[in-house]
Design a protein around this ligand. Structure first.
Ligand SMILES: Cc1ncc(COP(=O)(O)O)c(C=O)c1O
Length: 468
C-alpha cells in the first residue's frame, strides 16, 4: 500500500473515530469468558476502558497459540490413502467423490481442527451469546485475529460472522452516495450487496479488463469524493486471479482504495497467504477481506487492514455491531486450521498441483488456483455432464445463471488436498470422455439440422475448454 492511499484511509477512519470519542460513543471490545452451567462471566475490563497496546496482546496470544498448537496439532495426511473424508458426499445411498467442495485443504475434517472445536465448545459453550460489543467477545477472537493479521501481514484484523456479513459491513462503512465504486463484473454477489447498501455510484468493469478500468477512472474519478476498487483476488467461479499489481498501480494513480475479497485465495495461493502474495513482489491492497469457510475449513469472515481501519470497523460495520459473534468452536477450528496453513507448505501447495495435473490431462490451460471451470454454455449441457459424472460416482455441481453470466453454464471443478493423484487421474479420464460425447452429440445434431434444413432448431452448446 502506498503511503498516500494508506494514510488517507487511516485519516478518514481516525477522524470518524475521534468524532465518536468526543460524543462518548466510541466502542472498545472487552473480552468475556462465559463458562459452565452457572454462566459465570469473567469480563476483562481494560484500563480506562481502553484496549491494551496491540503488540502486547498479539505477543501474548501468539505465544499461547504456538504452545497450544505444538501439543495438539498433528500433520494432515495428504498422500494417497489420506484419512480425511471431506470429498465424500452421500446422495441417495451412493457415496460420491466430491470435486465441488470449497474445503480446499480438507481441514474441516482434520483431527486437530475437530478437536479444537470440541474443546472450545466444552470450555466456552456452543454460542458466543451476544454481539461481540456486548458479551460475545470470547477469548478466542484475539488469537484468531492476531493469526489472520500475521498471515496477511497487516496491523490488525476484525472477524465477522461470515464473509458475506464482512462485505455488507465493510463497504457501507467506507462509502456513501458521494463516492464511486468500481467493481469487477465477476466479483462475488456479497460485494455487490455491500455496494448497493452503501448508496455509492457503482460501475461494473469488464472482467480483469484494466484498460476499461482506467478509462472509467480517467473519466469519472474526479466527480466523487472517494473511490474504491473492489475485486475478488481469486474468482470464485472462474478460478483466475485478479491482476492485482496493475490494480494497485491504478489505485495509486487515481487516488482510490484497493479492496480484495480473498475468499478463494487464503490457504491455497501465495504460499497459503492468499492472492496478494501470489505476485512478485507481493501486492498490498488497502484492505483484504475473506472467509474462514473455504480453505480454512470452518466458518466466519474477516477483514485485515491497519489498526485504525479495524477500530473504525468495530464501531461502524453494522453486521459487527448488530449480529452475534462467531461461536467459540468456529473460532477455535479456524485457529487450528490457520496454524496448519501457516506452517505446512506442502499442504497449501497441493490443491493447485492437483488442478495442474487435471488441466494437463484434459488439455486445459494452466490453472491459477484449485478452481477449474469447464464451460458448457447451456444449463442443459451442464446438468447433463453433472448427472453423468454422478452416475460414475463423482459430485460436480452444475453452475448455471444467475450464479454465472448467461451462456456460461459450467462444471466448476474444485480440487482439495484430500484428493489423491490417482483419484484426480481417474476423474480426469472420465471428464475427458464426457466432453467428447457432448462434442460428438453436437456434431450429430448439427448434421441432422442441416439435412432437415430446420434452421430454427436450437443448437446444443459446444463444450468450450476455457482459455484464461
Ligand atoms: C468471493 C466470495 N466472497 C465472499 C463469500 C462469502 O463468504 P461466506 O460463505 O463466509 O459468507 C464467498 C462465498 O460464499 C465468496 O465466494
Amino acid at each position: 500500500m502506498t503511503t498516500d492511499t494508506a494514510s488517507q484511509l487511516d485519516e478518514f477512519c481516525a477522524a470518524r473515530l475521534a468524532a465518536l470519542e468526543k460524543q462518548d460513543l466510541r466502542r472498545y471490545l472487552a473480552t468475556t469468558k462465559r463458562q459452565g452451567k452457572a454462566q459465570t462471566l469473567h469480563k476483562t475490563l481494560h484500563r480506562a476502558n481502553k484496549p491494551p497496546a496491540l503488540d502486547e496482546t498479539r505477543d501474548n496470544m501468539r505465544d499461547k497459540t504456538r504452545d497450544k498448537a505444538r501439543d495438539e496439532i498433528t500433520p494432515i495426511q495428504t498422500e494417497a490413502g489420506a484419512k480425511t473424508p471431506p470429498a465424500q458426499n452421500a446422495t441417495q445411498d451412493k457415496a460420491l467423490l466430491s470435486f465441488s467442495c470449497n474445503d480446499y485443504l480438507g481441514l474441516a475434517h482434520h483431527p486437530a481442527v475437530i478437536q479444537a472445536a470440541q474443546e472450545a465448545a466444552a470450555e466456552y459453550g456452543a454460542s458466543a451469546g451476544a454481539s461481540r460489543l456486548v458479551t460475545g467477545n470470547h477469548p478466542l477472537f484475539a488469537t484468531l485475529e492476531a493469526q489472520l493479521a500475521e498471515l496477511k501481514q497487516t496491523q490488525d484484523c476484525v472477524v465477522f460472522g461470515s464473509g458475506y456479513l464482512a462485505n455488507i459491513g465493510l463497504i457501507p462503512a467506507l462509502a456513501t452516495s458521494r463516492d464511486l465504486l468500481l467493481i469487477d463484473e465477476l466479483a462475488h454477489a456479497c460485494i455487490y450487496a455491500g455496494a448497493q447498501l452503501s448508496g455509492a455510484e457503482i460501475i461494473r468493469f469488464k472482467h480483469n479488463n484494466m484498460a476499461e478500468l482506467e478509462t472509467h477512472l480517467a473519466q469519472r474519478r474526479g466527480a466523487y469524493e472517494k473511490c474504491l476498487l473492489l475485486t475478488d483476488g481469486v474468482f470464485s467461479m472462474d478460478g483466475d486471479l485478479a491482476p492485482l499489481p496493475q490494480m494497485r498501480h491504478l489505485a495509486d494513480q487515481y487516488n482510490a482504495w484497493l479492496i480484495t475479497d480473498d475468499a478463494h485465495g487464503i490457504g491455497v495461493v501465495g504460499g497459503g497467504r492468499g492472492s496478494s502474495f501470489a505476485f512478485q513482489p507481493a501486492v498490498k491492497p488497502d484492505i483484504q477481506m475473506g472467509t474462514l469457510s473455504k480453505a480454512v475449513g470452518s466458518y466466519g469472515g474477516y477483514v485485515c487492514a491497519s489498526a485504525t481501519v479495524c477500530a473504525f470497523l468495530r464501531n461502524r460495520a453494522r453486521p459487527f455491531i448488530y449480529s452475534t459473534g462467531l461461536p467459540p468452536m468456529s473460532a477455535a477450528a479456524a485457529i487450528a486450521a490457520l496454524q496448519l496453513i501457516a506452517t505446512d507448505r506442502s499442504l497449501t501447495e497441493r490443491p493447485l498441483a492437483l488442478a495442474r495435473q487435471f488441466c494437463a490431462q484434459i488439455g486445459l490451460s494452466e490453472p491459477q488456483s484449485p478452481i477449474v471451470p469447464i464451460i458448457l454454455r447451456t444449463a442443459k449441457a451442464a446438468l447433463q455432464a453433472s448427472m453423468q459424472l454422478a452416475q460414475d460416482g463423482y459430485l460436480v455441481t452444475a453452475i448455471r445463471p444467475p450464479s454465472v453470466p448467461e451462456n456460461t453454464a459450467r462444471l466448476r471443478v474444485a480440487f482439495s488436498a484430500a484428493h489423491t493423484m490417482e483419484q484426480v487421474a481417474q476423474f480426469g479420464a472420465r471428464v475427458k470422455q464426457i466432453l467428447q460425447t457432448i462434442a460428438d452429440e453436437k456434431m450429430t445434431d448439427e448434421t441432422m439440422a442441416d439435412e432437415t434444413m430446420a434452421s430454427d432448431i436450437a443448437k446444443p452448446a459446444e463444450p468450450v475448454l476455457q482459455e484464461k
